[in-house]
Design a protein around this ligand. Structure first.
Ligand SMILES: [Zn+2]
Length: 447
């Protein structure tokens, strides 16, 4: 009964219109909520079939939850496709080639803030749904579109939507949110493109270390002042504070990439993927991003103490930002910090903590479905699991829903990825079209 129709023309123009609404969540106070309400109206106007056939619930001011009823039993878990429609600020005085909120279409690309993060990934979802509706298609399971308007400011929209699911006893069968993308050469010696699928995300924690000391004149200081205590504590929290450990996702990433790699590098990757201990050591030794994949990282970000050059401060403190490895917890991380600092006079206080997510499997139906949809939209591009360093809204679902994947089906060059939260953000129109095809294939593949 279904006839295969080509997607409607104009995805670039519609994305351009979305970009022209400056939904900058960090500037909500200055700009007001008009751009956000404008976005909701724009969706209703541009996607008449979505508007007609899906129900829209609003959870908090900035959480949009669309439900597309499937033909399956209500006990089949639904699919939740997530994205956010707020963006980070763009300083117009920075050297943008095209103004960040003009939505200029040029050179086969759409330019502007949000093109990749995250209006591009959002539009390919909603376009796919609109196009399937035009074909008279009904999905095998319920499909929810969960769009948040305050992801970039750690707002509560997505958290609230996840809470609603929980309250209603609905456990999603599959959740897809932003995260990985289709990228070129994910490791230096691995040629070709790969679809990097985030199967988990590290936790985030901010702690302060503080110490008190006797204030007084700086001319006759005691051996251990408040500043020295804090400095010593920070020094004791070097890169080796947390033991490196290769999570299953990292090992599977290596083995998938090995299949695509020619020459001796293939054997190296194979060997590493079979030896977690060695992988952990090698990645830790590489430092930087590689090390961050296998261990909890500690970054001292702020230090404070004293107000005059010649006066001993009675208090000093340092702020640390930690990214907690998968399989660890915020609680165990604090215990470890205390043990390493070995100084009862240094107070460790947690400012905020978010545990790492669980790790989604890759040997299940859901991951296979993603790979099959990719075969339609990006033939020959493998689905490769990895661990994300950054936090996404999907972590709220991951606490109770096992199959959560962080992936936008858009091609992103290194240059384009660098423009996210930076200058000259842009997306290729051809990439948008492939992304729409991905979601159509994914939704079709449910039954
Ligand atoms: Zn984002």
């Amino acid at each position: 009964m279904t006839t295969v129709t080509e997607p409607r023309p104009g995805i670039a123009e519609r994305l351009s219109r979305m970009i022209q609404l400056p939904t900058v969540s960090a500037e909500l106070e200055q700009r007001g909520s008009d751009p956000f309400e404008g976005f909701v109206s724009l969706i209703a106007a541009e996607y008449p079939l979505v508007h007609e056939h899906l129900t829209l619930e609003r959870h908090t001011e900035f959480g949009l939850l669309f439900r597309w009823a499937g033909r399956g039993a209500s006990s089949d878990g639904p699919v939740v496709l997530m994205a956010h429609y707020d963006v980070v600020p763009a300083d117009e005085s920075d050297a943008w080639t095209h103004p960040p909120f003009a939505g200029v279409i040029e050179g086969g690309r759409v330019h502007g803030r949000g093109a990749l993060d995250d209006k591009g990934p959002l539009i390919v979802v909603i376009e796919a749904v609109e196009n399937l509706l035009a074909e008279g298609f009904t999905p095998a399971r319920d499909v929810y579109l969960s769009f948040g308007g305050n992801e970039e400011t750690y707002g509560r929209a997505a958290q609230e939507i996840a809470r609603v699911f929980r309250e209603r006893g609905i456990v999603p069968w599959l959740v897809i949110d932003e995260g990985g993308a289709v990228v070129e050469a994910p490791l230096p010696f691995v040629p070709g493109r790969a679809a990097m699928i985030g199967v988990g995300e590290k936790g985030v924690m901010t702690v302060t270390l503080s110490a008190r000391g006797d204030g007084g004149h700086a001319s006759a200081p005691p051996a251990l002042t408040a500043v020295r205590r804090v400095a010593r504590a920070v020094d004791r929290l070097g890169p080796a504070t947390f033991r490196p450990r290769a999570s299953p996702a990292v090992l599977r990433m290596l083995s998938r990439l090995a299949d695509r790699t020619p020459g001796p590098a293939r054997h190296l990757l194979r060997m590493l993927s079979a030896a977690p201990w060695l992988t952990a050591r090698v990645f830790a030794a590489l430092g930087g991003e590689a090390a961050a994949l296998v261990r909890t990282t500690v970054a001292p970000t702020m230090q404070e103490g004293g107000s005059a050059a010649n006066v001993l401060p009675s208090q000093a403190s340092a702020t640390l930002n930690l990214r907690i490895a998968l399989g660890e917890s915020a609680q165990r991380t604090v215990l470890r910090l205390r043990r390493r600092i070995r100084d009862p006079l240094v107070t460790v206080s947690v400012v905020e903590a978010d545990d790492p997510s669980p790790e989604s499997p890759t040997d299940n139906e859901q991951f296979s479905l993603i790979a099959e949809a990719l075969a339609v939209s990006h033939p020959g591009v493998p689905a490769v699991p990895y661990v994300m360093m950054a936090a996404t809204d999907s972590r709220h679902f991951h606490r109770f829903s096992p199959a959560v994947y962080r992936f936008a089906p858009l091609d992103m060059s290194n240059e384009q990825r660098a423009a996210i939260h930076g200058v000259d953000e842009n997306v290729e129109i051809a990439a948008l079209e492939r992304g729409e095809r991905f979601h159509r294939a994914l939704i079709r593949g449910l039954g």
